[in-house]
Write a protein of this length. Structure first.
Length: 498
């Protein structure tokens, strides 16, 4: 048995690998981007073989940088981008089509048609809205549009799954064909309370049961890597999980009322709500991030569309700043936003507004406004969007939230993190490790090997880099939020439809 643990994060733009020791410190890491394929407007694909080769390369890089050999690995865990999926020939291992990415919109019409008649039924069963974002309609498209796929199914040789299923199948040489409840829950095909494939959902989306993997637990020894495929070693494959769920666990958010927020292109909040699902009335999504030792953990998830991408827009389209990192110093160079409020509704607003016809606006302009005020207003809009999500989570879960853990590229912006703590009136905690999804996958591989006596012990793994305490007065907080909501109301329904 080795003494090191490998975590692999297969993300939308690239793949990351981390090697951890038994003190849960990162010894080595690897990263590689993969190509984004855009065959038609609104279509987004990945080459599964490209991703598999990238996985091998980053694992090799991480192990080499750690100064160990593959024989010293005790096991590996894998997290992935969630809804992106593919199908392959079980006999040859060849994919029948590229992986269709969660961003892909080719099946929007199919989803809209299903939503008109079956939205309530689907939401109650799966906890999700009917949307092309999820995997079910993508499976349907491949089945009905790729030549030879139905014949493969008739011969019993067709396999389908989200990317963790495909990658585990590859590194095990076809031994491991399984998914986990969190990954299956992103397909629109799983009963979220029973954690089983739902016959009615399969019928609605036209997916044959036989092509899908069994749903196992999140964390257990699922099989082993095949030596002739994976660096000459047979090591335990211990965990599979979605990227957001892996980060939630890595942050130590293992008890109800604990929450993490990721700041990237957009913002993504996940609140642990315990062992029973909560179905939102205000647009939060219900998820089952993991099932471990027979115990289910449910979460409420909410997102804001524009965060880091708003700063990129100010750089690339308006030339207000040279790069997003500069936003911190610019925001701190002025005492406030001079009354400017920015609503970044470039493609509508999500929780709690859910208005696809809202559009971005900047309001409160006077002759004294400078670009620093506008950049500060953009950062304020990010924190205010997250505040709106968390307020809905509090209302619908009735859970006290004592602190928020954060990750993503923007957490190094101290102005934004302090403002977030001020607006929420609770501390914001930034961990030392930035790659929390890969970190969580590695920790899960250690859990499967008995390195922790209880899941709650994972809380002790995380080292904090910063802790931001709220320092804003109640009057200032209330004024800021009221101005924000007044501005949002003016952005709603801007695009009129007949």
């Amino acid at each position: 048995m080795g003494y090191y643990f490998l975590g692999i994060d297969q993300g939308t733009t690239g793949t990351t690998a981390l090697v951890l020791n038994q003190k849960w410190k990162v010894l080595g890491r690897g990263y590689k981007k993969h190509a984004q394929i855009y065959p038609h407007p609104g279509w987004v694909e990945h080459d599964p073989e490209d991703i598999f080769q990238a996985l091998l390369e980053v694992c090799n890089e991480a192990v080499h940088n750690a100064g160990i050999s593959f024989k010293e690995l005790a096991g590996l865990g894998l997290d992935h981008q969630g809804e992106t999926c593919t199908m392959w020939n079980a006999r040859t291992g060849e994919t029948v089509y590229n992986a269709i990415v969660w961003q892909d919109k080719r099946t929007a019409d199919l989803c809209n048609n299903l939503a008109r008649e079956h939205s309530g039924e689907i939401e109650k069963t799966t906890g999700l809205y009917v949307d092309a974002y999820f995997s079910a309609s993508k499976f349907n498209w491949i089945l009905n549009n790729v030549e030879g796929v139905k014949e493969l199914h008739c011969r019993g040789e067709l396999r389908a799954g989200t990317l963790e299923t495909y990658l585990l199948w590859r590194i095990s040489g076809g031994e491991v064909f399984v998914t986990d409840p969190g990954s299956a829950g992103r397909t629109l095909l799983m009963d979220i309370e029973k954690a089983v494939w739902d016959d009615r959902m399969l019928e609605l989306f036209g997916i044959p049961m036989g092509i899908l993997p069994p749903i196992g637990e999140t964390c257990f020894i699922k099989g082993h890597t095949r030596p002739d495929v994976f660096f000459g070693v047979s090591i335990p494959i211990c965990a599979s999980i979605t990227d957001g769920a892996s980060a939630l666990l890595a942050h130590g958010c293992v008890n109800p009322g604990t929450i993490k927020v990721s700041y990237g292109t957009g913002c993504f909040a996940n609140l642990n709500v315990g062992n029973k699902p909560i179905f939102s009335r205000k647009g939060l999504m219900t998820a089952l991030p993991w099932q471990i030792d027979g115990k289910k953990c449910y979460s409420l998830n909410g997102s804001a569309y524009i965060a880091g991408s708003g700063l990129e827009w100010m750089c690339n389209n308006l030339s207000l700043l040279e790069n997003p990192v500069q936003s911190e110093s610019m925001a701190l160079s002025v005492p406030d936003s001079a009354g400017v409020v920015f609503v970044p509704a470039f493609s509508g607003l999500a929780v709690p507004w859910w208005d696809q016809y809202a559009r971005g606006l900047m309001i409160g302009l006077t002759g004294g406004v400078r670009k620093e005020h506008i950049v500060r207003a953009m950062l304020e809009s990010i924190a205010l969007q997250v505040l709106d999500i968390i307020e809905v989570m509090k209302q619908e879960s009735s859970l006290p939230i004592d602190w928020v853990r954060v990750d993503g590229g923007m957490v190094e912006n101290k102005f934004l993190m302090q403002l977030q703590a001020d607006l929420m009136n609770i501390p914001v905690e930034v961990p030392e490790e930035k790659e929390m999804s890969a970190y969580g996958a590695a920790i899960l591989s250690a859990y499967a090997q008995g390195e922790f006596s209880a899941l709650s012990d994972i809380k002790n793994c995380v080292d904090l880099k910063y802790r931001f305490e709220p320092a804003m007065s109640q009057d200032q907080r209330q004024t800021t939020v009221e101005l924000w909501h007044r501005a949002v109301e003016r952005s709603l329904g801007w695009i009129h439809t007949k």
